[in-house]
Design a protein around this ligand. Structure first.
Ligand code: WT7
Length: 645
């Protein structure tokens, strides 16, 4: 497979931002002269005060990351105001509702008005520069207004995905100490209502410091009301002025916090700052998607994830693009929905996740073929490794062989694309994220941290800083250093395994830590275990990922019940409910296997390798089990193995 090469067509290369002839020299420069390269790239952003210092970073303790440190700018100004002279009447956002009959266009001029009004309303409620604002919204334009309104006044947003439970919302509100929440009465996805206000009420029972909840009327459904705390969006926003000056922000002032799961502990607040993030997301959006002026660009992610932050909101809008936001799901009303939306809005660039591609692939080609898709030019993939079959189908059926696929590897922490093809410059190989983006220095190291050269497989690290990277874990810099820079000293460790082939192409092999990637969503095994253990009858549990046809990885849980408790289907349902309640429906375990013991070493450490093998059905290759405290545990594991359905 590693020899299968797909060259971009002349139609693509002839007008691409970056061509094959430019890539190598530009990449070399970006690595050998980061100050020169990133100094030049800073010009794509409008600064109130242009930075004179470019890079000031260290991956050795004390880890410190500063880019453009004396620059002054505002992210909302870059996403809105600076486009007004040329693009006031151009569509900034196309909103496609869950219901196929609902959509609207928002121009840059309208975006300025809506964002400014909300920004003024936030100020009127006492929100100041540096305050944290929690956003728990459906995929409506107002979610984008909320993010940009915060950016406009220098408040730091923390968007919580609408699929997360009240408990998860509560943890995130408390962790970042936010006293204002922006939400909606209900969300709408696939024809089903999501009780956002009800979830917020539930979460806020444990958040006494939240004094304001701004509620957008989306569905008009019934909601409980706390008159001291709750205000309708329209009541406080509609009367505000459409003028709101942009706060002057230092390049290193925080822009947002976004929570993400790791292999230990609670989700951490990944902190991104302003200058480097804006340069990096706008540059990658333009070059990786080869965005051309006037094109319609659609990223199907939710703004609750980093993909939505960087590639629905900040990157595209900084570039004056037309960015489509979609409220719905790929299979509603039917499996043609994505392609109908592509035709309806004449989408040129389409960016989605392998899990969605696999779900549509298995429904057959007809759903795709009955649409035109003639406007499509570039296809993107993100969130997990894309398997060969899904890549080939995406290329041949969706793109009809004419659209380069950009398989973009990156992370919440990296802020933007890291390893990815550039459509006009890098020939693709199905399943490979191909080559590093400018300024990104990947290193593959062995278990001891020795750098490996040439073709090899090992742990993926990044040797030096790039402008879009996270700066710290909110209020926990020690955890930042510990999580990312202590495993391999002086390097950023991604948590991913990776192979490099003879052509220098990178192939991400998946997480090597205790993180599971379910449909492109990250969960720590410890996080799910602690949720399961909340059930009164559970003594202990261990969770691993297993290969899942649709989701990439599924969740397999081994559960030990307290003495005297009887396993039953009912009990399984209860445990599933607990996880859904504590984390959210997206973390629902696919399989629960009752066990009386877990495979532990004599020092008490769970041998997850064995649990993973059993879950995957690789029962002939369990490896050495002689160091287990009780090798008999394995027989029971095998005997009662559940076949995932
Ligand atoms: C993890 C990051 C970045 C936005 C979406 C997920 C996996 C992501 C790819 C890809 C192989 C990928 C990695 C990474 N991942 N994109 N193109 N090929 N794996 O963000 O929740 O921070 O997860 O997703 O394992 O570490 P995230």
């Amino acid at each position: 497979m590693t020899k299968e090469l797909f060259q971009p067509s002349a139609a693509i290369t002839s007008k691409a931002h970056i061509t094959a002839a430019q890539y190598d020299a530009l990449y070399q420069r970006s690595i050998s002269d980061p100050d020169g390269f990133w100094g030049d790239m800073a010009d794509r952003i409008t600064w109130f005060k242009k930075p004179t210092k470019i890079k000031n970073t260290s991956f050795n303790a004390p880890v410190s990351i500063k880019w453009y440190e004396d620059g002054v700018l505002n992210a909302a100004y870059n996403c809105i105001d600076r486009h007004l002279p040329a693009r006031a009447n151009q569509t900034a956002l196309i909103w496609e509702g869950d219901n196929p009959n609902e959509s609207k266009h928002i121009t840059y001029a309208q975006l300025k008005d809506e964002v400014s009004k909300l920004a003024n309303a936030l100020k009127a409620r006492g929100v100041k520069k540096g305050d944290r604002v929690t956003i728990y919204m459906p995929m409506v334009p107002e979610a984008t207004y909320a993010m940009l309104a915060c950016a406009r006044i220098g408040a730091v947003h923390s968007v919580v995905f609408g699929g997360f439970s009240p408990d998860s919302l509560k943890d995130r509100i408390l962790d970042c100490d936010s006293n204002i929440v922006i939400t909606a009465d209900e969300g709408l996805r696939g024809g089903k209502k999501v009780p956002l206000k009800k979830n917020t009420d539930e979460a806020l029972k444990s958040c006494p410091d939240v004094s304001t909840v701004i509620v957008l009327k989306r569905t008009g459904g019934d909601v409980a009301w706390n008159a001291k705390r709750d205000v309708w969006w329209h009541d406080i926003v509609d009367t505000q002025s459409t003028d709101c000056p942009c706060e002057e922000m230092n390049a290193e002032d925080p822009l947002f916090i976004l929570y993400t799961s790791g292999s230990t502990g609670k989700p951490k607040g990944v902190l991104h700052t302003t200058g480097g993030y804006m340069v990096y997301t706008s540059l990658t959006h333009e070059w990786v998607f080869d965005y051309q002026p006037g094109e319609v660009y659609w990223c199907t992610a939710d703004v609750g994830w980093v993909t939505g932050h960087s590639y629905i909101v900040y990157g595209p809008l900084a570039n004056g693009a037309t960015s489509l936001i979609f409220e719905g799901v790929p299979n509603y009303p039917d499996f043609s929905r994505f392609w109908q939306v592509v035709d309806k809005h004449k989408v040129n660039i389409f960016y989605t996740a392998p899990t969605a591609i696999r779900a549509l692939l298995r429904e057959g080609d007809e759903w795709v073929k009955k649409t035109s898709r003639s406007t499509l030019r570039i296809l993107g993939s993100v969130g997990e490794p894309i398997n060969h079959e899904a890549w080939m189908w995406y290329n041949a059926v969706v793109g009809e062989g004419r659209c380069p696929i950009v398989d973009t590897w990156w992370q919440t922490e990296t802020g933007g694309h890291m390893i990815t093809p550039l459509p006009g410059a890098v020939a693709t190989k199905p399943g490979s994220a191909t080559k590093p983006f400018f300024g990104v220095a990947p290193e593959i190291v062995d278990g001891e941290g020795h750098i490996m050269n040439g073709p090899c497989e090992g742990n993926l690290c990044i040797a030096d800083a790039w402008p879009g990277m996270m700066r710290t874990v909110f209020r926990d810099h020690a955890r930042f250093e510990q999580t990312y820079f202590s495993t391999f000293k002086g390097k950023y460790f991604t948590g991913d395994g990776c192979r490099r082939d003879d052509d220098g192409y990178y192939w991400i092999t998946g997480r090597v830590d205790d993180v599971i990637n379910v449909s492109g969503h990250r969960f720590g095994t410890a996080e799910i275990e602690s949720a399961i253990n909340e059930h009164d009858c559970v003594a202990e549990s261990a969770v691993v990922g297993f290969p899942h046809d649709l989701k990439g990885q599924g969740i397999y849980a081994y559960v030990i019940l307290n003495t005297g408790r009887e396993p039953s289907e009912e009990m399984k349902k209860e445990i599933v409910q607990v996880v859904r309640k504590i984390i959210g429906p997206i973390a629902t375990p696919d399989v629960i296997q009752w066990v009386s013991g877990l495979p532990k070493t004599r020092s008490g450490k769970i041998m997850r390798r064995i649990l993973r093998k059993v879950a995957a059905g690789e029962i002939d290759s369990l490896g050495d089990t002689s160091t287990l405290a009780d090798p008999a545990v394995v027989d029971e594991l095998l005997k009662n193995r559940q076949t995932p359905t």
